[in-house]
Design a protein around this ligand. Structure first.
Ligand code: HEC
Length: 405
């Protein structure tokens, strides 16, 4: 007896569930033929009916009026869904004719012709929806992963290459050194002091290649750079990292250094300033990885070369610096992030450590407030100049601004 009751209750439960979730048209409805073919007239006629009688619940585009979706139980069916679109015209016609629950029967309200026409219009809604679905899917389901949002973090280049047409414009600005003492207010956090600035233009050529040109105040450097994306990180982890190659050549247009008349090169030849002495090179292999929606990291193998080493430096300096910069970006919100760069290298008095707070970064622009221990920006300049030692020597405030057009 108890068992029978149990079976009965279960059967009732299943029946109830079925009645709630699945609305099945009878087999004979499936065979009903729509007298309309897919003509503009039929679709227009159906659209008129739909707009006046159905859109209030099923929404303008068929996916459901948001208010009704929340208030009605069961909610109005998504007419663009596969579940509806896979039914025959006859089944849909039958449901409109018969109705169920809040969804009224339209047997008496609409002529048979009107009901068939609205079925044609529901087909149309299904098509447009699928088309836009596909587009969205292509955009969001891309297997590619972007570790960084811009081609530059604070001073470091990233693996990012702008995918759209157009160009980018950037300003990197560093104010003078300041520290926590009585002068800090006097020099307005260093903003009154001499400052360095680099303007740059960025030209994306393809999804993998970009060029940039820049002009930096200190050293009066003009630089031209190119970046090629060799590997792009993918969601399926086939490629766990992005890898890019970057090369930049900078020419200083400052006056020739003034050494004594007796100055010689190492091999004894008398010193003479030639054009190639003005050239500085920066070569990078950048490896980045996005670890999560919030955290991205990057490590670079970098060689910076100059054709002329200062004559007067003691101890004598090398013509090159090898660096292994590490960069981190941690998103603190939808449009904000904290960036950190540490750049260990072979120069004996240089250790760039920079911090930035990104405000209002979007797909098109970024604004960062930076704290650095060097006012040099271009790698060719940054790695050959001693950095401040935190916190003893103080720090430099600055900002980076980038905008894509
Ligand atoms: C008052 C709100 C409301 C209006 C107006 C309305 N519907 Fe519905 N419709 C519903 C709800 C709710 C359901 C789900 C019924 C269920 O599953 O019990 C539904 C279900 C349907 C289904 C069945 C989908 C399926 O699951 O197979 C079709 C087809 C449909 N509506 C078409 C129309 C058409 C065409 C009109 C206008 C002539 C219309 N509806 C007007 C609320 C509405």
């Amino acid at each position: 007896m108890k068992q029978v009751l149990l079976i009965l209750l279960t059967a009732l439960g299943i029946f109830n569930l079925k009645a709630q979730n699945h609305w099945q048209a009878p087999d004979e409805a499936k065979q009903l033929q729509n007298p309309f073919s897919e003509t503009v007239e039929a679709i227009n006629k159906g659209q008129k009916v739909y707009k006046s009688l159905c859109a209030s619940c099923h929404g303008d585009k068929g996916a459901g009026n948001p208010v009704m979706l929340k208030t009605l139980n069961p909610p109005p069916a998504d007419l663009t869904s596969l579940a509806v679109q896979q039914q025959t015209d006859g089944e849909i016609f039958w449901k409109i004719t018969e109705g169920r629950g809040v969804m009224a029967s339209y047997k008496n309200m609409l002529s048979e012709e009107d009901r068939w026409a609205v079925v044609k219009y529901i087909r149309q809604l299904g098509k447009t929806q699928t088309a836009s679905d596909k587009k969205n899917k292509a955009a969001t389901n891309s297997n590619k992963v972007e570790s960084f949002a811009f081609s530059q973090l604070i001073n470091a280049k990233t693996t990012f290459i702008r995918q759209a047409k157009g160009f980018g414009f950037g300003i990197q600005h560093r104010f003078g050194a300041t520290k926590f003492d009585e002068n800090m207010i006097k020099n307005f956090l260093g903003l009154d002091l001499a400052s360095n600035i680099r303007f740059s233009f960025e030209i994306p050529v393809s999804k993998r290649l970009m060029f940039e040109i820049g002009r930096t105040r200190y050293g009066k450097f003009y630089d031209i750079g190119g970046k090629y994306l060799i590997i792009k990180q993918t969601k399926d982890e086939k490629y766990p990292v992005s890898v890019a190659f970057y090369e930049n050549i900078a020419v200083t247009t400052e006056n020739a250094p003034q050494y004594s008349d007796q100055a010689t090169f190492d091999d004894g030849r008398p010193f003479e300033y030639k054009f190639y002495h003005r050239l500085y090179y920066d070569t990078q292999l950048i490896i980045s990885r996005k670890f999560s929606d919030k955290l991205s990291a990057q490590i670079t193998a970098e060689l910076v070369w100059r054709n002329l080493t200062p004559y007067v430096m003691k101890p004598k300096e090398e013509a090159y610096v090898i660096a292994v910069p590490v960069s981190l970006r941690y998103k603190t919100g939808f449009t904000s992030a904290i960036d950190l760069e540490i750049m260990p290298n072979t120069h004996h008095r240089t250790m760039p450590i920079s911090l930035a707070y990104e405000i209002a970064s979007s797909g098109n622009h970024v604004f960062q407030i930076t704290i650095t221990n060097s006012d040099r920006i271009l790698a060719q300049n940054l790695f050959f100049n001693p950095t401040l030692r935190y916190p003893k020597d103080g720090f430099m405030l600055g900002f980076n601004l980038a905008r894509y057009f």
